[in-house]
Write a protein that binds this ligand. Sequence first.
Ligand SMILES: [Zn+2]
Length: 271
Amino acid sequence: MATLRCEALVLRSVDYSESDRILHLLVPEVGRLTAIAKHARKSVRRFGGTLDLFNRLEVEIARGRGSAMSRLDRARLIHSYAPLRTDPARFALGCYLLEMLDRMAPEGGSRTDVQRLFQFAVGALDWLASHPPNAQVRIFLELRGLDALGVRPELRRCVRCGRDGIEGDVVDFHIPDGGPLCGACAARRGGDRLRVHQGTLRALEQGLDWDLARLDRLVLPPTALGEASRLVSRFQRFHLGVELQSERFLREMLPPPSGRSGAHSQGPAGP
Ligand SMILES: [Zn+2]
């Protein structure tokens, strides 16, 4: 077994057999990795409470070959993101983001992509630890997470023909294609779409590209907030395929905005 010494973020931690724990880790070198921590529940001295959700660790891992599970041999706590454990809304949003990463993060992948994903994860937890979350922050962190996972929606050009400068205040955003449609493409393209103001797409663009530290300076009006929430949630659901287990708890802790408009529309039949 090759030994890997690196940082890791705990995405999931579950008890296994009488004394072990199984961990899902996000590792900047290799992506998502599953490792068993032998005797973690029997010997406090060995891992000493380091294996909890949200923890950022320095680890030593014996990597399993092929499909064999890796083994966590050592873990030292670097940071624990304590405020996420005491505030229900922060906890709910933190769990939701970690579950999304756990479901979608690749096992392997290019080093640059995986490091960018790790930077997103620790940046989001840092942000949540120092700011109270709200519905808008949820939208932006979820969208930035999808972007870091390699799933970025098109927000400006027609996603079918590439045309810039789509006419009209309100446009069709095609969920499976992941972007807005110009008038001509909207008339031809069938499938699941959402009516949104172009101003909402601009706001989402800013939410993606602005420095994370400035995120709370961006304030969306209620209509844009409602549209952005529906768009990101349906876009994420399309790519994930299922509802995350932590979604319901998050909805209770941070109810989605109720801004109207953006009615759901189904385009003409056909591809
Ligand atoms: Zn077009």
